[in-house]
Design a protein around this ligand. Structure first.
Ligand code: ZN
Length: 375
């Protein structure tokens, strides 16, 4: 994997991420495809929204159908038919949110499907991700709910670093047989500068026999802290991160969060919001959010956004989408997800253009002017 910084506009960055057979322009939003599938969309739809990198979930795919099955069927790309790239998370977040029990060796958790007991170690989550043939693998980390005690935050960064060391050794030993599987470490530390600094420095300076991490993520945010504290934490963390490697902000993603993250030097994002909100009736547009179930759209023959280039806006009216939503038709989920994801991808593409042209500050101002105009 090669990531090249192409341009900087203050802290905002435009880059090029080269993965096997695929080039990703950053900043980038990655649609969430938990089960090796972005809900309701197939790979043709993903091509339509011009996405080349999606996120799949190690925890879910390990439990079902199991990574050994996916390996047998040729890895995630062959299994799903998606010829773009996959980033897979480590399962640490699911273990955290499903009441997993971390100890120094890993995380114990119970399957949400049948209640069976499992244990993830740092080495094991990489083995699962080798089987999935993921393009970017996240290592196991220990994240904490916020706010939390200083002791627990210290324990989290210490454990995250220990697991990172084990991960880098394991990856070094398996690198030759898995040359296209890249590895990202996750910076923890709650919202405290001192803790983020320790975590970032330990991970960034970590190497084993010349092997180092290919990129770095900011983890443990959007877990209960206030928005402005989250933005401050992103900013102070990116200040510790190296210029020559990609930066991924995990699981944070309103359109405003993307703009603020890019402004603070983040390159990669993921979030369930565009697809989940689409299914619930919330549509994102350059003029803010709209609720498609609103009665005023019942006879509205115009598209969601006549400037939007997505398949949905080119072919369907708000009235039709309003009807599909009310009639509980599956097609609604697909069409609304296509639009919301296209909007998110277009947002990062426009941000990138603005950075390349050195007008990101103005672009950011215009973004807020339009968003606040509302319908
Ligand atoms: Zn659209």
């Amino acid at each position: 994997m090669i990531w090249k910084l192409e341009a900087k506009d203050n802290k905002a960055r435009a880059g090029v991420l080269s993965l096997r057979n695929n080039t990703i322009l950053t900043p980038i939003f990655m649609p969430v495809g938990t089960q090796a599938c972005v809900k309701g969309l197939d790979f043709n739809d993903l091509e339509q929204i011009k996405t080349k990198l999606i996120l799949a979930n190690t925890y879910h795919l390990y439990l079902r159908p199991n990574d050994s099955v996916i390996k047998k069927l040729g890895g995630l790309h062959k299994f799903s038919g998606f010829n773009g790239s996959f980033l897979t998370d480590s399962g640490g977040f699911q273990a955290f949110s499903l009441n997993g029990k971390p100890n120094e060796n890993g995380i114990a958790f119970k399957s949400h499907i049948d209640g069976s007991s499992h244990f993830f170690t740092p080495q094991m989550v990489l083995d699962i991700q080798y089987n999935l043939n993921s393009d970017i693998m996240m290592i196991l980390d220990d994240l904490v709910a916020l706010p939390n005690t200083k002791e627990r935050i210290l324990e989290s960064i210490k454990r995250t670093s220990q697991w990172a060391k084990q991960s880098i050794i394991h990856h070094h030993n398996n690198k030759d047989s898995n040359p296209h599987n890249n590895i990202f470490a996750i910076i923890q530390g709650g919202t405290d500068k001192w803790a983020r600094e320790i975590s970032a420095n330990e991970l960034i300076n970590m190497n084993y026999c010349d092997s180092e991490f290919d990129g770095f993520a900011i983890g443990g945010l959007a877990v209960g802290e206030e928005k402005n504290i989250m933005y401050d934490t992103i900013e102070l963390t990116t200040d510790f991160m190296p210029q020559h490697k990609p930066r991924y902000l995990m699981g944070v993603g309103t359109p405003e969060d993307l703009v603020e993250g890019i402004y603070r030097g983040v390159d990669m994002f993921d979030c369930v919001m565009p697809t989940r909100n689409a299914r619930n009736g919330t549509i994102f547009t350059q003029f803010g959010r709209l609720s498609i179930k609103n009665a005023r759209f019942k006879e509205d023959s115009t598209p969601i956004d006549d400037k939007c280039g997505c398949y949905t806006c080119k072919n369907f009216s708000k009235a039709y989408l309003n009807h599909l939503f009310k009639a509980n038709e599956i097609l609604y989920a697909r069409l609304s997800s296509i639009h919301n994801l296209y909007y998110y991808l277009e947002l990062t593409r426009n941000a990138r253009e603005a950075i390349l042209q050195g007008r990101f500050e103005n672009w950011r101002k215009e973004f807020y002017l339009k968003i606040n105009a509302r319908f």
